[in-house]
Design a binder for this molecule. Structure first.
Ligand code: PLP
Length: 362
């Protein structure tokens, strides 16, 4: 089955084979070595040249675990977070801080609409209690790329902390984490890095990590301080998904061998083929080209085509596409182009899409 949903993705045989390991105890030296390897490789891939400025914290869980850990751990007592949202995952950040009553009103924009940096600056002046500003990099709701560099730099210039959910961005969308002084960036294994689900991570600026150690712990499992302390000693506070970690190390090796820039280029090539051929079939993308990322395209469902039928016919042909969310559930469909894919897979999908459309319309 070819997965064209935004993760979990098709992985390589090499990554799949890495799951098969002798039984291992996570308190043994093999596991410390594995953890260290993963941490180093993450820094090499995502903060190249600034490895000494960042630390990588590894958690067992899906991307949401890393996002929630980063957000909750970022705040000292008495300070608040402000969320900039223009999609489902921004709204999720907002829900997290609401649960803990540590937020100020969101800077909320329509889906696919870029946040207004001047308004955010103004809101930060109006709310001096705001310490962390959080947002999503690639908003998977529509495949929208947020202007994270500009916002991160502005936030840093006001001596506040910028936190980024790049769960669907890292490895597929360019981001200058070190250059833009991003303090916390959350990612996960199962999307553009082409690993299995079950491992998530946060890249944290080292200097800031020292502050985090003094912040109140708002969760037992999701406290970055708990993980940092132990990971620096080569251990881990809770039982990790060891086999998934082995596969992730292999996926990171693959990423470093391919090169992050080349991976991004590869995904961009697939996206371009999909967009061009869809347009030729009369299928309209929801976002204008300049707002789209490299890894996912949201398309309007054509007249007279219901998503469930489109999905099921394509699945029968060997391809999994993805539904829209919320109010767009019955209006759009999404096609991601991440994972171990080939040009033939993409062309095969587009051929199948064309015949499916003909069949539905017949
Ligand atoms: C931008 C973004 N953030 C967070 C998540 C949540 O990730 P997970 O389902 O791994 O918890 C997703 C999942 O698609 C995402 O796209």
């Amino acid at each position: 089955m070819i997965l064209l949903n935004p993760g979990p993705v098709n992985v390589s045989d090499r990554v799949r084979q890495a799951l098969i390991q002798p039984d291992i105890c996570h308190r043994e030296s093999e596991c410390s070595e594995l953890l260290n390897d993963i941490r180093q490789r993450l820094l090499k891939a995502f903060v190249p040249g600034e490895e000494d400025e960042y630390t990588a914290i590894i958690l067992t869980g899906s991307g949401t675990a890393a996002v929630e850990a980063a957000l909750l751990s970022s705040l000292p007592i008495g300070k608040r977070a402000m969320v900039i949202t223009n999609g489902v995952y921004g709204d999720r950040l907002s829900a997290m801080i609401k649960m803990h009553r540590i937020g100020v009103p969101d800077m909320k924009y329509d889906w696919g609409v870029a946040p207004d940096i001047k308004m955010i600056e103004l809101a930060m002046i109006q709310h001096p209690e705001v310490y962390t500003v959080a947002m999503v990099h690639h908003e998977t709701t529509l495949g929208f790329i947020n202007p994270v560099k500009e916002i991160a730099e502005m936030v840093d210039s006001k001596n506040r902390v910028f936190m980024l959910d790049s769960v669907s961005g890292l490895g597929g969308e360019a981001v200058d984490i070190g250059g833009a002084k991003m303090y916390l960036v959350a990612g996960a294994a199962q999307k553009c890095i082409q690993g299995f689900p079950g491992l998530a991570f946060v890249l944290v600026r080292k200097g800031f990590m020292q502050q985090v150690m003094k912040h109140p712990k708002r969760s037992m499992y999701l406290s970055l301080a708990n993980y940092y302390e132990e990971q620096e000693r080569g251990t881990i506070p809770f039982t990790p998904a060891v086999q998934v970690y082995y596969a992730f190390r292999e996926a990171l090796d693959e990423l470093l061998e391919e090169g992050v820039e080349n991976r991004i280029k590869r995904f961009r090539g697939y996206a371009s083929t999909i967009r061009t051929r869809m347009q030729a079939m009369g299928i309209q993308a929801v976002l204008p080209p300049e707002a789209q990322g490299n890894t996912l395209t949201a398309f309007n469902l054509p007249e007279g085509v219901a998503y469930p039928q489109l999905h099921d016919e394509l699945k029968d042909a060997g391809y999994v596409i993805y539904a829209g969310q919320g109010p767009l559930e019955n209006k759009i469909f999404r096609v991601a182009n991440i994972g171990v894919l080939t040009n033939e897979n993409i062309e095969g999908f587009l051929d199948a899409f064309q015949s499916t459309l003909k069949k539905i319309r017949a």
